[in-house]
Design a binder for this molecule. Sequence first.
Ligand SMILES: C[S@@+](CC[C@H](N)C(=O)[O-])C[C@H]1O[C@@H](n2cnc3c(N)ncnc32)[C@H](O)[C@@H]1O
Length: 393
Amino acid sequence: MYLAVLGRQSEISVAELETLFDDVKKKNDFLASFDSDSAPNIDKLGGSLKLAEKLDMKPLEYLTELPEGKITVGVSDYSKKASRKTASMEALKLKKILVRYGRSVRVVENKEAVLSTATSLHNGLSGKNERKVELIKVDNDWYKVIGVQDIDAYAKRDQARPARDAKVGMLPPKLAQILINLCGPLKPVSTILDPFCGTGVVLQEALLMGYHAYGTDLNEKMIEYSDKNLRWLSEKDFFLGHFGGYDRELGRSARDDGPERPVSQKKCTFSLSQGDATSFQWKQPIDAVACEGYLGKPMSKIPTEMTLKEQKQECSAIVLGFLKNLAGQIKNDTPVVIAVPAWLREDGTYSRLNILDEIDKLGYNVNNKSREGLIYCREKQIVARDILILRKK
Ligand SMILES: C[S@@+](CC[C@H](N)C(=O)[O-])C[C@H]1O[C@@H](n2cnc3c(N)ncnc32)[C@H](O)[C@@H]1O
């Protein structure tokens, strides 16, 4: 059994796990357990901060069996009555016995009951070094961490991109990964379409996850930005060995390399075209659609009723126009995950687009567990993103 330490927006993190793994059970706002046949890869999950595997022995037994040499150990305590003190005491107790057994041990200091992602990562407790270990305690159960979200890698591929535009908003790469994952398990080297690609964050993450990326946008300048960013990505030494270069206008791509090539060697390509999502004719194949749609005007304060009405009308027309146009161009069962805007109200809740019934009539199932929506926002953010998980009927 595996354990995920959930991101701040825990409902969204759980939805991501549910699409990819079996038997997902949310334990509380911080943790969920799940099953997987193979070891899950944290680098492909936007919504989980850490992944851990249940220990089938006592933690001390596990630590004494580690290969020779100095051990670094950290403890995160998620038990009901956990505190900085309970976590530190567990860690020091383990150290004391290990030292008695003649092992050299360093304990990573707890500032709270649980170690932050940054502390785990920067102390090398990410599961890659077998003598640097983070243990998670949940009441009487113990887990060992097998992956920590690489916040440095996310920051690098977010902030170092050559073409950025504050006006279109900055989709966090983590959220782009979540949107792609919410499409469900996809076959290797599927083609992912983003018809509102902007500066190309979804396309970038699709490529890094081993998919072909196809982006269109109304604004030619955005296509240039995406082009610049994705070329930059292809020259960088990120974690992909499968990147096959770019293809500005969809046409020849490495996907035509021939069926005899093993999937692991298929090269991912990207393609870009200028086009209005409400009328554009996309090239095939389209295996999944993941995007952040038009979010309306950027806002720094809560909108008046009048502005809210105008914005809702404008954004609804674009998203419904897009879904209508898309419906005739994708196969049944194609996943479509789209982030649409939701606006902060005085009472702290979000006002959403009232479009789910229309979407149903356009030929899509709304697969969100509840019709309440999955709202992704920073604290007090005026325009939040409401994630809709759709599938063509
Ligand atoms: C919120 S931004 C998306 C940002 C993008 N996720 C990124 O990584 O930069 C919305 C994008 O939708 C585009 N857009 C607005 N109306 C459109 C339409 N009718 N068809 C296609 N694109 C449109 C805008 O030009 C803008 O780039």
